[in-house]
Design a protein around this ligand. Structure first.
Ligand code: NAI
Ligand code: MG
Length: 325
C-alpha cells in the first residue's frame, strides 16, 4: 500500500520525535513504513553505528525519515546522505508567530551544497607542525546545485536567489563555484545576486528580509544556516531535506538532545516539518502545505513544549497538529 518510507529514529529524542512525525504521515497518507537502526545504541549492541541493512534500505527507498544520532552522528549521517546521492541540503529558517525569535521577520531558505567543499574528507597530517585540507569544488556539482536552485525559486514564485561565496580570496575554488552558479542562473533567466559570505553573516542578522533563497558552498551553508536558526528561536523548529536525483533523506536539524531525552517533552515540530518536506518530495504537495499550516497554528496557539515556554509533552503537541489536520 502506497510508497515505502524508511524510518530511522536513531538515538535520544530521535526516538521521540520521529514516531510523532510517523503518526502525522500515517494520518495524511497510505504509506508503508520500514523501521531501521542507526546510531550509538545499535553501535553499542553490534559494533556498527550504521548497519549495512540500514544503508541498503535507505539507498533503495524513495524517501527516508531520520531522527538524530549521538556521538556517532558523522558516521551515520554522512554515509546516509551519500546513500541517497544527495547533492543539496535544503534548510528553511523561518520564524513563526507566537514563538520568541531574535528576528521574527526571518524567512530564508538555504540551499547548501552537500557533497564537496571542505567536507570532502581530504585532510592530511604532513608533520608534527603541519596539517592541510584540500577544498574540492567541481563545476558539475556547482551546476547541479544551481539548476536545483533555479527550479526551487520558480516553484516558490520568487524572483531569484543570492549566491554566497568568498571568491575574492578563494579565487580558484569559489571562483569556479560562483561562475558556474551565475552562468546557470543566466541561462535559465533567473536573477542571481552575489554576496560575500562574511558580509552575508552581518546582513542576515541586521535585516533577514533582504534574503529569500541562498545558495551556498558546503561549509558556509552549514554555518550560516545555524546562524539563521539562532535568528528564528532555536533548533527545535528547523527541518531539513537532503535531496538526491531520485531519493531523499529528511531530518530535523537538531541532535539527540541528551539533556531532555526520555522525558517525553521534545518539540516534535522540526521532525514533523521535515516529514512535510518528505511529503512534498513524494509529490504530495497539498498535504505538505496542510501539515505546515497545522504546525504553524499549533506553534501560535499552543499547546507548546517547554523549549518554547509551554508545559505540554511531545504527544500532546502531536495530537494538536493531527486535530488541526
Ligand atoms: P542538540 O540539537 O541535540 O541540542 C541542543 C539544545 O537544543 C539542547 O538544549 C536541546 O535540549 C535543545 N533541543 C534540540 N532539539 C530539541 C527539540 N526537538 N525540542 C526541544 N529542545 C531541543 O545538539 P547538541 O547538544 O550539540 O548535541 C547532542 C548530540 O546530538 C551530540 O551527540 C551530537 O553529536 C548529536 N547531533 C546529531 C545530529 C544528527 O544526527 N544529525 C545533529 C546535531 C547533533
Ligand atoms: Mg551543522
Amino acid at each position: 500500500s502506497g510508497e515505502e518510507i524508511i524510518v530511522v529514529p536513531g538515538d535520544g529524542i530521535g526516538t521521540e520525535v520521529v514516531p510523532a512525525a510517523r503518526r502525522m504521515l500515517e494520518h495524511v497518507g497510505e504509506f508503508s513504513f520500514v523501521e531501521a537502526d542507526a546510531g550509538d545504541a545499535v553501535k553499542a549492541e553490534t559494533g556498527e553505528a550504521l548497519p549495512e541493512e540500514t544503508y541498503d534500505l535507505v539507498a533503495a527507498a524513495d524517501a527516508t525519515l531520520f531522527g538524530a544520532a549521538g556521538e556517532t552522528a558523522a558516521d551515520v549521517i554522512l554515509p546516509l546522505r551519500e546513500a541517497v546521492d544527495s547533492f543539496v541540503n535544503v534548510r528553511p529558517a523561518r520564524a513563526y508567530p507566537g514563538v520568541d525569535a531574535v528576528r521574527p521577520e526571518t524567512d530564508v531558505v538555504f540551499l547548501r551544497e552537500n557533497t564537496e567543499g571542505v567536507y570532502s574528507g581530504h585532510e592530511d597530517r604532513l608533520s608534527d607542525d603541519l596539517s592541510t585540507l584540500t577544498r574540492v569544488i567541481t563545476t558539475s556539482a556547482s551546476e547541479r546545485l544551481a539548476e536545483f536552485a533555479c527550479e526551487f525559486v520558480a516553484d516558490r514564485d520568487a524572483d531569484g536567489f543570492h549566491v554566497v561565496h568568498k571568491a575574492n580570496v578563494m579565487r580558484e575554488t569559489d571562483g569556479r563555484f560562483r561562475e558556474a552558479v551565475l552562468r546557470v542562473a543566466e541561462e535559465r533567466g533567473v536573477d542571481a545576486d552575489e554576496v560575500l559570505m562574511d558580509a552575508f553573516a552581518t546582513h542576515v542578522c541586521l535585516d533577514p528580509t533582504r534574503f529569500d533563497t541562498v545558495v551556498c558552498p558546503n561549509l558556509a551553508g552549514d554555518v550560516l544556516s545555524d546562524l539563521a536558526a539562532g535568528l528564528v528561536g532555536g533548533l527545535g523548529l528547523l527541518p531539513s531535506a537532503n535531496i538526491g536525483p531520485e531519493r531523499g533523506l529528511f531530518e530535523p536539524v537538531h541532535g539527540t538532545a541528551p539533556d531532555i531525552a526520555g522525558e517525553g517533552v521534545a518539540n516534535p515540530a522540526a521532525a514533523i516539518l521535515s516529514a512535510a518536506m518528505l511529503l512534498e518530495f513524494l509529490g504530495h504537495e497539498e498535504d505538505g502545505a496542510d501539515v505546515r499550516a497545522a504546525v504553524e497554528d499549533v506553534l501560535s496557539d499552543g499547546p507548546r513544549t517547554p523549549d518554547l515556554g509551554g508545559d505540554a509533552g511531545t504527544d500532546e503537541v502531536t495530537d494538536a497538529v493531527l486535530d488541526r489536520l
